[in-house]
Structures are given as structure tokens and as C-alpha cells.
Design a protein around this ligand. Structure first.
Ligand SMILES: *Cc1c(COP(=O)(O)O)cnc(C)c1O
Length: 341
């Protein structure tokens, strides 16, 4: 297979540069790749890449740290602003504090309290605005304009994508025989970065994105052939909410050109993925991080060979994950998700 990368802002060299910037002393951890209990059930070698162990509890620290380290001295003095479903905001707050620069994080009312508190605890200024990710973004744009802050978007930014792509390098360093990788998909920074790295080093690896059915903006955009908007709805995979931006410049084209397949999950399937992660893998993870397991359990992807799942974050409301562990229904806005096996 010949891969044509139209987008030369993010290539394997950019990912290698990010890997150097995220080495020891950067605050970013190299999460281990461990065997999953799920392997026995499926007769497939399943490996879990534990981004849950990052100091902010999610992989977003990679992209945010690389982007903050790439700021010029003048940009660093102005400070940064972002909008986030929570994990990017926390990562930006952490990275900004590490460099000693100001950060403002805009969060919509859909962002869970646990994430809001974590961002504030890192010393960032938190601005609650709007009922959706897109509305919070409007506020971030306004603050960038009015206060001269440097915008640091959660996925559509070359340094952010290259930072997330370092996961792809590590996967192939640890397991050169890797054949399939399942990646949680929202704005596509994580998927695009991993796809850039993996397809450059080993094009035969199948790279699969996994989103929820409720509000899968990238899947809808790929189907339409251009970025489109979809309504944002409450989901167990709250970190996967939000649009990809109608003015998307990087992540859409990279996902379109490099990704083999995108699969969508129901809330009941995500529930079962979270339940499996807690009870069988014995890990507390957020819904977004359980979509790989959920997709395999639901039989929605036919993986072959050593298969890596990106366990992308652990910043979940503990009441929710404990309820799921006990098999209790979970209310999400207008719907109730039940334990249906
Ligand atoms: C942001 C996020 C994702 C999705 O990453 P994108 O780059 O937006 O596709 C997946 N899982 C978790 C835990 C996240 O915070």
C-alpha cells in the first residue's frame, strides 16, 4: 500500500521531534503496554496501552506538553487558552504550570465536576461557558482575541497531533509484530497522530477509530467527505463529545487519508466495555477509554494479530463507574443505560 500524506505539517519526523521533547523530565510518562484478560476470552492477543497512568490521567498531556514546549518566549509570556471536554484542559493547565506560564481553560456545562476541579487545582483560570463544546470554543476564541492569549486547540494543531503520535512510536518499539490498533476517536488528534507514526513505520498495521453513535462528528464528516456538525449529546464516553470544527485543517485530512476503518458503539456497548475494564481488567477508566474493549466485546471489529487498545484516560466520575460495576442503570440526560448483556 502506498500512503499519500497530503498534510505535510504532521509527518513521522514531526512525531520523532515530539518524542524527543516528551522524554524524561518533560512530565510525560511512557505508559506500559500490558496483556489484557480479554485475550483469553477472544482467542486474540489483546494489549492495553495505559495512558491512564499519565499524571493528568489521560494521554492529552503528550500533545499539550509538546505544544507548550514549542511556544516562543513571546507567546509563552502572553499565556495560552483552550477549550476542552476536560482532559485537554487539565493537560494544558499541567503543561503551562510546568513552564510557568498563564493558562485559561474554557469548559462547557457538559464537563463533569471531577474534571472541572482537577483543572482548577492545577492553577489554571477556569471559565464555564455554554452547553456544548462548540459554545465553549466560542468563548476561548473571544479570550484569545480580547486578551491576546495563544489558542491551544485540543486536536487540530500540528504539535498536538505529533505529541499524541508518540504513542504510535512506542507501540511499535514495544511490539514490532503489532497488526491492529484500536483508537478512541473524537476530534481525531489521537487517531491522526498514531496513524501518521504507525503507517510510516509499518503500513500493514490496521488503524481503527472507535466513537460512540451519539454525536460521532468525525465519522459523520468522513462519510460526508468534509467536516460537518452533529448535535452533541450526553454519552458515557464524555471525552469523545464535541465537533471537529468546520474549519478543520489537519486532523480530518489525516484521518481520511490514513485510517482504515471507523466503528460506532451504542451506549449499552460502552457500558459493557467499562464494566469489563473494571471487573475483569481491574481498572478504573472513563467511557472513552473503554471503547476498544467495547468494540471487541460487541464483535464490531474483526481484529487479527497482536492488537493494541489505547486506554486513553481514567478521569471518570467514580459514582458512575461504581454503579456500572454493580450492574446498576446509569442516567445520561434524556436516556438511561442499562446492564444488558
Ligand atoms: C480527547 C480524548 C479522546 C479523543 O481524542 P481526540 O484526539 O479528540 O480524537 C479519547 N479519550 C480520552 C480519554 C480523551 O480525553
Amino acid at each position: 500500500m502506498v500512503v499519500h500524506i497530503m498534510n505535510d505539517a504532521v509527518n513521522i519526523d514531526a512525531v520523532r521531534t515530539a518524542a524527543r521533547s516528551l522524554g524524561p523530565g518533560s512530565g510525560v510518562l511512557r505508559g506500559p503496554l500490558i496483556p489484557a484478560a480479554l485475550s483469553g476470552r477472544l482467542g486474540l492477543e489483546v494489549l492495553l496501552k495505559l495512558e491512564t497512568l499519565q499524571p493528568t490521567g489521560a494521554f492529552k498531556l503528550r500533545g499539550a506538553t509538546h505544544a507548550v514546549r514549542c511556544l516562543t518566549g513571546e507567546e509563552a509570556r502572553r499565556g495560552v487558552v483552550c477549550c476542552s471536554t476536560g482532559n485537554h484542559g487539565r493537560a494544558v493547565a499541567f503543561a503551562a504550570r510546568a513552564r510557568g506560564i498563564p493558562a485559561v481553560v474554557c469548559l462547557s456545562s457538559l464537563v463533569t465536576q471531577v474534571k472541572v476541579e482537577a483543572v482548577a487545582a492545577l492553577g489554571a483560570r477556569v471559565v464555564r461557558h455554554g452547553a456544548s463544546q462548540d459554545e465553549a470554543q466560542v468563548m476561548a476564541d473571544r479570550l484569545a482575541r480580547d486578551e491576546g492569549l495563544v489558542p491551544l486547540p485540543p486536536f487540530d494543531h500540528p504539535h498536538v497531533i505529533a505529541g499524541q503520535g508518540t504513542i504510535g512510536l512506542e507501540l511499535l518499539e514495544d511490539r514490532p509484530d503489532l497488526e491492529t490498533v484500536l483508537v478512541p476517536l473524537s476530534g481525531g488528534g489521537l487517531l491522526a497522530g498514531i496513524a501518521v507514526a504507525v503507517k510510516a513505520l509499518k503500513p500493514s498495521v490496521r488503524v481503527i477509530g472507535v466513537s460512540m453513535e451519539r454525536g460521532a462528528a468525525m465519522a459523520a464528516s468522513l462519510a460526508a467527505g468534509h467536516p460537518v456538525e452533529v448535535p452533541e449529546l450526553p454519552t458515557l464516553a464524555d471525552s469523545l463529545g464535541g465537533g471537529i470544527g468546520l474549519e478543520n485543517r489537519h486532523s480530518f485530512a489525516l484521518c481520511r487519508d490514513l485510517v482504515d476503518e471507523v466503528v460506532l458503539l451504542t451506549e449499552a456497548e460502552i457500558y459493557q466495555g467499562m464494566r469489563w475494564m473494571l471487573l475483569r481488567e481491574r481498572m478504573v477508566v472513563e467511557g472513552a477509554a473503554a471503547v476498544g474493549v467495547a468494540a471487541l466485546l460487541a464483535g464490531k471489529v474483526r481484529a487479527r494479530g497482536p492488537t493494541a487498545l489505547i486506554v486513553s484516560g481514567q478521569n471518570v466520575d467514580m459514582e458512575q463507574v461504581l454503579a456500572i460495576g454493580r450492574g446498576e442503570p446509569v442516567a445520561l440526560g434524556d436516556i438511561i443505560v442499562e446492564n444488558r448483556t
